[in-house]
Write a protein that binds this ligand. Sequence first.
Ligand SMILES: [Zn+2]
Length: 865
Amino acid sequence: MKQQYKSYSQTCDFLQECVKNYPDIVSVKSLGKTWEDRDILIATISLNVENADLKPAMLYTGTIHAREWIGNELAVSFIDYLLKNYNTNPKILRTLRRNTLYIVPCVNPDGFEYSKSHFSFWRKNRRDNGDGTFGVDLNRNFSVGYQKIKDTASNVYSGPAPFSEPETMAMKNFVDTHENITIAFDYHSQGNVFFPAHKFNHEMEVDGTDLNTICANMNFEIQKITGRKYGIHRGKPPTKLISGSGREYYYSKGIIAAVVEVGTRNIPDFMQNMKESIDENIPALLRTLGEAQNYSVHAPKRVENFHIESYSYNEVTLSWDYEVNKDIYFQIFRNKEDKEACNESNLICETFNTSFTDIQLESGTAYYYYIRAVNNLTRVKSPFAPRTNIRTLLEPDEFSKTIFPLPSEVGYVAKKTIETNRKHFGYNSLFIGVNETKGVSYGVMQFSLDNIPANATILDAKISLYPLNRVNAKIEKYGEWSISFVDKQSVAELSDFDQIDNAIVIETLGNNIPSEKLTQGIWSHWNFNSSERDILQNQLESKKVLFKISGPTELPVGRDSQMMMFDLGYGNFGGGLHYRPRIDIKYTIPSTEVVLESSKVASVSQDTIDESKLICGFDANNYKIYGVMEFDLEQLPNPNETVITDSYIQIKNKKAPKTAQDIRYNVEFVDVEEITYDNIQNRDRIEFIGYEVSRADIQKQKIHKFIFDYYSRLALENVHRENEKAKFVIKPTSSDIKNHIVEWCGKDVEDSVKLVVKYIQRRREPVSEVTNLGYTIDKNKVKLTWENPKDKDFVGVFVVRNRFHPPKNHLDGDKLYAGPDNYTYDDFGNIKICKYYSVFTYDNVPNYSEPVIIEYKVEKNDTKI
Ligand SMILES: [Zn+2]
């Protein structure tokens, strides 16, 4: 199989051939010589290649690690594709007219040759270290974060000094002298994952959205070809970042840079796997090459202060700042998941305005918004502004809970580790699948449903797991991972492999996730359909729900591992508590009904007010007669602790006069002080209640229900909150008939007029905000302190950090803390950077308060970070 891969010299020949056949498009030169005197070749590809350096450019580098052959192979295929198709493919023509591709198929020719001909798994270059060992890991030899390593035999030996190697020095010289490079992709294997660059920092970066989005847009192209989805993973700074890599050096030069780890093996079956990897990456690379101009000096400026202006349960208004320019318009993109593509597929608005309202959203749902400016004449786009996130409000009858398993109730059980399975709970990662050392391995997680009432109706549920690492899932397109409801009665001990293996499965949740879509660094979600929600609902009574996570249980011949690691959130290996498995549940509860009799009825005509009956119609002079109904709301429970979910006025008519005319009667919710004819005639109408009833309706049936809509229910709550009486008027709608009177059952008779109110115990409004928010520097960290409100329904605070604008929503930034304390540390933040912190209080619904915002200022803002 190795024969099908191009060697170094074949690659050189190929490049020279390209120059011969396409001299206007390609040029090739050497960036320098290696220790073994090989040329490090770079091809430059652009229309009118002599002007290539004047255009914005993408840099492609491959095979800096000798055994990672995909880099060289993909480079050759990509060049071949561009040259063979540019004449007939308008997308390539457009792209190469304005952008340049610099492509170094192999940064490490000596190592690559050694790997090809002698030792397949060689990684470094071929420096003679003088102590019997050979090689420097070139991707540890750049200057940013360089760390000296003593052990020259190490696979990650970083060399005697930064840029000690001719290969890295050649790359440095080229990049330093080509300021037109705006994007750089370094191709490696393996893992099917993008690793965007870092600044060794836990703070948001102004181009952080660009880094993730450019990779997500490549994923969008990759999925079209093979259905595969790569991970997008920025790693866990600052401890786990690699030091001295090319990517970080390019990024330090202002270049959008990322590493791509392709495939699941270094040297895979060429026809089966390498071909797929190449085919799926070519359209992704072409798209990204077209982005080079959008990060160049020709690009419009990035939008500033992109933020949430206001929001409700179904709408969000966004606004932003931009200097006035009639040629610039804006594109807004919306996603419901993190790290998804931002392109034509999710473009929701194009506008010359600097604000936009998004409508018809779902309640209690997370949305991610993106924006870029576009020059209407050149179509060149700006980089993305930092993303803005929001969770919409819940509807008034909804509750939501995010539940994490206890450490002792989440772990994995493997067949070959029977003795230690108990120790896999609350520690390290979930290993799920099969490999030679562990055998078959299942994940187990149990969630407590204590906080959800047993009679709740589940409206929505979702389980989320964070795939940490798929390096041990080594086989392409093999196996699926699934989550199943397990009958708790069939499992006495969660850590017992046999019990979990034989547990009675009630149902497997919706979609299994195939291996090619399990991506590290992007949350995997399992959404419950209605029958799965029913199963969950049935478990509310027993207060617990147990799940088993399964992967493949057998390995093909000659393969040793198909094991996926999911983060557990506990122990030192994962990303911390934020990455715990979780279940999100949205639910409602049954309502209580109260029937209110009227406290007063009156019939108001021009000359009399009669409180003994309820009539409406027209008098002898064709003046309207109004029926007035008044209700005392004192019988309703405390308005601050309840939400009215349903309400209607029920009226029965006594007599229905016969007339051929089409007369209709309606009910209005009114705001009048004293009941006089004048006041009623000139009433403030709050809202119509339900639909009008017609003369024909009255003759057909006696009892009529006028149903409150959403706004009227709110108005009823407000009247209650203000300790006022609710007043309604019933009256005819048309006016050309004399002596027409309808009498309704007013008061103190059977079936008298009623106000029926259904309510649930739930706060509509958040509790009070925190007070006295301040910060100090303590232990070289920002320490935030505040005073919690005294409200009895206060549950906790949610603290969010945002470097670019004051967070208006608890999702709009990095979460620092959630809980009942009155202080928190910003553990990973950089104290040299200006930023905003918002503190939101919440109750048990949860309703979130308006933010209390504090701006953190430093004298010398370190913008380089
Ligand atoms: Zn590598």
